[in-house]
Design a protein around this ligand. Structure first.
Ligand code: FES
Length: 65
């Protein structure tokens, strides 16, 4: 059985996605991923959406615990 997907909300940062997952864009096209763990932006400021590029740190993005 494939490794099931697990999504972890990183404090003040992205969603970390581990395991087998099929990422798709709004048009249902596959989004290639090069790693088994990917970070998805949830601050809305990344220049490489849907992936996190670290901009959340400079922007002071904060999440509720
Ligand atoms: S969460 Fe990292 S750039 Fe948005």
């Amino acid at each position: 059985m494939a490794d099931p997907a697990r999504i972890t909300a990183y404090p003040d940062g992205p969603f970390l996605v581990r395991g087998e997952v099929d990422l798709r864009d709004a048009a249902d096209r596959p989004i290639p991923k090069n790693r088994r763990t990917v970070a998805l932006c949830r601050c809305g400021l990344s220049t490489i959406k849907p992936f996190c590029d670290g901009t959340h740190k400079a922007a002071g993005f904060r999440t509720d615990d």
